[in-house]
Design a protein around this ligand. Structure first.
Ligand SMILES: Nc1ncnc2c1ncn2[C@@H]1O[C@H](COP(=O)(O)OP(=O)(O)O)[C@@H](O)[C@H]1O
Ligand SMILES: [Mg+2]
Length: 378
């Protein structure tokens, strides 16, 4: 009996041993397979990362990734070239990208995760930098496009136009002077021709002055800001247009509140109103011009509203472009240049304000300029 029990026990333990041996072997096989798979996977991962880096290195412009902590986790060849060192990865981005706009963009994107595009300067070069958030990791993908050559070409073009305008000014002033003298000495028949010459000379002088005004505004830095009484400026500008307003039989209404002082450049603000009131008078044949001010959110809003010909909806987005006019013959006939609203926009930007135009054909136009009460020159 004992022998039988012993045999059963030994048989069961042998079976158990075989069972566990097989189980362990299977587990080992499984673990070997898993580890082989994991090696293959990490190899594939490495290869794919190498491939991505290779692609990024082949880009002819700088590309980099900045992590949540502000460290550069990847920089392609062009980024290293731009930074003047191979040792870029692992450093804080501020070490290589000190431009205030760049820093501002990274801080914004870390906060809002919204893509941004900015013009930045690095080592004397100008770039368009695109910043995109990469998923939820907090990484920011940055790519730079060198636009130095484009900007230089633009500057050459602008300088050429400005220099030409300067050169044209003196002979044009001389021609105008002689026309005035001639006008008094000729027959009525000849006077008609003289009038045509005078009108075209005035147009040329207007264009030259507007181009010079714009180029001066583009370069404007550290211009003088002081307290300005908007009512005083508007009254002075309305006086300039007194004759034309009477001639066209227009009614001017003003509603300017007591608290109407802003900080700005007196000369530029006057230029802004000359252009806006000129447009209101020029493009209105009958009715009213209403000038109102109101305050909100630390800004003074000035509305200049007319009952004139209005601007077609499709033209509104282009109205601030240089030389853009809706009706070329009307603008030309009345001495316009198509530069007035570009000048206005520049002056508004110089004061960190905004401008809005509402208009409908045949019923009129309203321009609302909002200026911060205490802007500082940029
Ligand atoms: N108050 C207005 N009413 C109707 N059209 C306007 C008004 N202001 C501007 N415009 C349109 O916008 C164009 C651009 O204005 P602006 O830059 O001042 O040039 P312009 O020298 O022709 O007045 C004008 O040619 C005109 O077609
Ligand atoms: Mg104008």
């Amino acid at each position: 009996m004992n022998n039988i029990i012993l045999f059963i026990v030994s048989a069961v333990s042998t079976l158990l041993a075989i069972f566990f041996y097989l189980r362990v072997k299977r587990l080992k096989n499984l673990s070997d397979k898993l580890s082989r798979q994991s090696i293959a996977l990490s190899k594939a991962n490495e290869e794919s990362q190498k491939k991505t880096e290779g692609i990024m290195d082949s880009f002819s412009s700088p590309v980099l990734i900045i992590d949540k902590a502000g460290l550069i986790s990847f920089a392609n060849k062009e980024t290293k070239k731009l930074s003047g060192t191979q040792d870029v990865e692992g450093n804080n981005y501020i070490k290589f990208f000190k431009d205030a706009e760049f820093i501002d963009a990274i801080q914004h994107i870390h906060k809002d995760s919204v893509p941004v595009e900015k013009e930045i300067s690095l080592n004397g070069q100008t770039f368009i930098a695109s910043f995109s958030p990469s998923g939820s990791s907090g990484d920011v993908f940055v790519s730079l496009r060198d636009i130095t050559a484009e900007r230089e070409l633009e500057k050459i073009k602008k300088d050429l136009v400005t220099n030409m305008s300067h050169e044209l000014k003196t002979p044009l002033t001389a021609i105008k002077g002689y026309i005035e003298t001639l006008g008094e000495e000729v027959s009525p028949e000849q006077k008609k021709y003289i009038d045509v010459i005078r009108k075209n000379t005035d147009r040329l002088i207007n264009i030259v002055n507007d181009i010079l005004s714009l180029s001066e505004l583009e370069k404007a830095k550290n211009i003088e800001f002081a307290q300005i009484d908007i009512k005083e400026v508007i009254d002075a500008v309305l006086k300039i247009f007194d004759g034309k307003i009477h001639e066209k039989n227009l009614t001017v209404r003003t509603d300017i509140e007591e608290n109407r002082y802003i900080t700005g450049n007196r000369f530029k603000i006057e230029e802004l109103f000359i252009n806006l009131i000129d447009n209101a008078v020029r493009y209105t044949d009958k009715g009213f011009i209403t000038i109102k001010t109101f305050r909100s959110n630390n800004s003074l809003h000035i509305s200049i509203k007319d009952t004139g010909i209005g601007i077609p909806e499709k033209s509104l987005p282009r109205i601030f472009e240089r030389f853009y006019v809706v009706d070329r013959s009307r603008s030309r006939e009345t001495g316009g240049t198509g530069l007035g609203l570009s000048i206005v926009k520049h002056i508004v930007m110089l004061h960190k304000g905004t401008i809005d135009i509402k208009s409908s054909i045949d019923s009129g136009t309203e321009v609302i300029v909002s200026l911060p009460l205490s802007a500082k020159p940029s």
